[in-house]
Design a protein around this ligand. Structure first.
Ligand SMILES: [Zn+2]
Ligand SMILES: [Zn+2]
Length: 713
């Protein structure tokens, strides 16, 4: 048994990176392994650390070696320690930060198992019932109930702990603390029922997957919306379980994809564990522990579920693989899709990514399984592009007509506008002042219900101004249109009891469970309108949607980003996919100022393949992924001019073979910090990441923070 534990202390300070050697005391030697969590003395403090290696000897003198204070919980599986190591390297982060991703929820924070006292009758207790000992009538009644019910908790017996303790002291009962699971609830949405019959395309896909699962690798399930991808996931998962292997199912955002969760729980029951941020700390801890102990073998959750402690992993599913939420925006800036690919490889598991609008890189790199037909054999809806260059109002007259018709026919529709709030910005009609964020160089957005104007980047908010503080004019203009105002206007024009108007955007979804509630109410309503941001085009399926409308389809196209076309295409295609299922024929209207844009034209004819082929050509010409690798380095500082100066300095240090460094380019000020970015375009990822890591690892300036984003979104 190893005498030395190599421990990585969990601290965010880059300078304190380990691992450091600790002498394992005799009594801990049998239990300490790679992945164990230890409390270790570190300088004058005590830190939580993860054992990343074991050894028989240390290079340090034995008298200088310190011993860990205690072991904490069951620790994490060794392969997750290895995974964290890979993440730290692949995303230019530290091992300590990467390890915090794989820890049990609440580790070190005092979240433990919830225990309750359970009483059982002893032989002496049975004697007391028979009259061998004197007890009060109340105690006798309690003992009798215990004899009938078997082991029971205080709450089940409806007595307090003190009463039980008195009986325990006399040896009449035994009290044992038992762990009690805190089980999460989820909103049930969508049709429930048994296993549906598969169509020939689905059968072929399932067969191919079962075969692929023998050897691992990856597959892209490229299926039009409504083609029954979830059923294919479910059958592949059932097969993995049958072979004794575990399953991870990643979904974009759990609040927006309650149907996928419902279907997995329905099919597999208690062997499904849910891991997501909507759970309480206790629930998360207990679900994690059920997976760690092997009591649950399927984990469903958003990107962080890729770290679920499942042994003998056989399958990782990434549903709606094009979704931007798979990218984590904190350090380490990992992409759950890349982590899943690495983890699947590590475990010889199968990676199964599914989407109707896959990313160009997945389309190019993964063997494809095609589902070209909708499971219910309905046709994809007709899409009409409406040129808004000559239109005057917010709605094209054909859109207004279609909405009126929908109301008269008691139908259901979805209207997508990718901008929340009431108005985009306020300006003074007299002097032209625009209300901006004091911390960021962006305009403040009006939120009427909260009576505030707020910054969508840092959260700064202030009261709605009654007059201009620069010139005193009371004439303040409101520009643009967001979902809040759209809801207000459409409710006024169309809404009533028989035709309710719902809204779903980030302002609604901040309340826990609200997004799922809105989706469930819209699902239940026989007629009505759902208005919202891109959230309304995510993973849920509703029956009976006959109209889909996209307002300002160019909003995402205007984004200065090489992925803006891919996003715009996905948004329109996904909304179209929610329209016209079952017996309801569908129709989609797309309002745009750029009716000739490639993303819009291809989406209108439902040609994913055509769009992807063109997009891959464009990216190859520009050296963008998957034809090249991108690494973004951002310098930021509160000191004026420093971020840009240091970005220039950093650029001189970046000598990367076969790579091009673009910039520095100034970015808009965010949270009171000026920013400047360098963009590295490289042919080979690992060498470029290592070179960037080296350059940013050396000290730059004490007032400058540097962040690295490999494969930025
Ligand atoms: Zn003014
Ligand atoms: Zn701000």
């Amino acid at each position: 048994m190893a005498a030395i534990a190599q421990v990585e202390p969990l601290t965010s300070t880059r300078a304190l990176s380990g691992p450091f050697d600790y002498a394992i005391p005799e009594d801990l030697r049998a239990s300490v392994r790679v992945g164990s969590l230890l409390r270790v003395p570190f300088g004058r403090q005590e830190l939580l650390g993860v054992v990343v290696g074991l050894s028989d000897r240390s290079e340090l003198d034995s008298e200088r070696l310190r011993a860990p204070r205690a072991a904490v919980g069951a620790g994490v599986p060794a392969d997750l320690v290895e995974l964290a190591d890979w993440i730290a390297r692949a995303y230019c982060s530290t091992r300590a930060r990467a390890l915090t991703l794989v820890l049990p929820p609440g580790a070190g924070g005092g979240v433990g198992e919830q225990r309750r006292l359970v009483a059982t009758l002893t032989a002496a207790g049975e004697g007391a019932i028979a009259g061998a000992q004197r007890v009060t009538p109340k105690q006798r009644e309690l003992l009798e109930r215990l004899a009938r019910a078997g082991a029971s908790s205080a709450s089940a017996l409806a007595v307090d702990h003190a009463a039980l303790r008195r009986l325990e002291a006399r040896g009449l009962i035994e009290l044992v603390a038992r762990a009690q699971r805190r089980a999460p609830e989820h909103t049930v949405v969508g049709v429930r029922g048994g296993t549906p019959e598969l169509n020939p395309e689905q059968i072929a896909a399932v067969d191919a997957l079962l075969e692929a699962m023998q050897t691992g690798g990856s597959r892209l399930l490229f299926g039009v919306t409504g083609s029954g991808k979830t059923e294919v996931y479910l059958q592949a998962a059932a097969d993995a379980l049958q072979r004794g292997r575990g399953v991870i199912v990643l979904v974009p955002e759990i609040g927006l994809t309650p149907q996928t969760v419902t279907r997995f729980v329905d099919r597999f029951g208690d062997t499904v564990a849910l891991l997501h941020s909507g759970l309480s700390a206790g629930e998360r801890h207990d679900e994690w522990l059920r997976l760690r102990r092997g009591e649950a073998r399927i984990c469903v959750g958003p990107r962080s579920a890729v770290f679920a402690p499942i042994t003998d992993l056989g399958l990782i599913v990434i549903d709606e693989e094009h979704d931007a939420s798979y990218k984590h925006e904190g350090d380490p800036r990992y992409d759950a899709r890349a982590v899943a690919a690495h983890r699947a490889q590590q475990a010889s598991a199968l990676l199964l990514a599914g989407s109707a609008t896959p990313r160009p890189e997945s389309y190019a790199r993964m063997p494809r399984l095609r589902l070209a037909l909708r499971a219910d054999r309905s046709a994809l809806p007709a899409v009409e592009i409406l040129d808004m260059r000559d239109a005057r109002g917010v709605l094209h007259e054909r859109t207004a007509d279609a909405l009126g018709e929908l109301r008269r026919a008691h139908g259901k529709g979805i209207v997508l506008l990718n901008r929340r709030g009431w108005s985009n910005f306020l300006s003074c009609r007299h002097c032209g002042k625009v209300w901006g964020c004091p911390e960021c160089d962006v305009a403040l957005v009006l939120h009427q219900a909260q009576r505030t104007i707020s910054c969508h980047h840092c959260g700064h908010r202030e009261e709605v101004p009654a007059r201009c503080d620069a010139c005193g004019s009371a004439s303040v203009a409101r520009h643009g249109l967001g979902t809040e105002r759209l809801e207000h206007e459409l409710t006024a024009a169309l809404g009533d009891e028989a035709f309710p108007v719902f809204r779903l955007d980030a302002d609604v979804a901040v309340l826990k469970g609200r997004a799922a509630q809105v989706l469930a109410r819209f699902d239940d309503a026989p007629a009505g309108l759902l208005i919202g941001t891109q959230m309304v085009a995510k993973g849920h399926d509703f029956a009976g949607i006959s109209l889909g409308v996209v307002l300002d389809a160019d909003a995402t196209l205007r984004f200065p980003d090489f992925r803006s076309e891919e996003r715009t295409f996905a948004l329109i295609a996904q909304l179209a996919g929610r329209t016209g299922r079952g017996r309801t024929p569908g129709r989609v209207l797309v309002q745009t100022l750029t009716p000739d844009a490639r993303a819009i034209v291809y989406a209108a004819v439902h040609d994913s393949e055509g769009f992807l082929v063109g997009e891959l050509e464009r990216r190859a010409a520009l050296g963008y992924p998957p034809s090249g690798e991108l690494i973004r380095v951002v310098c930021s500082s509160e000191v004026e001019g420093l971020a840009l100066r240091m970005a220039h300095e950093l650029r001189t240090r970046l000598a990367i073979p076969q790579a091009q460094v673009l910039g520095p380019a100034p970015l808009f000020r965010l949270r009171g910090r000026e920013r400047a970015q360098l963009l590295v375009k490289a042919g080979e990822r690992d060498a470029a990441v290592a070179a960037v890591g080296l350059a940013v690892g050396a000290r730059l300036h004490r007032d400058v923070a540097v962040s690295v984003d490999v494969d930025p979104q």
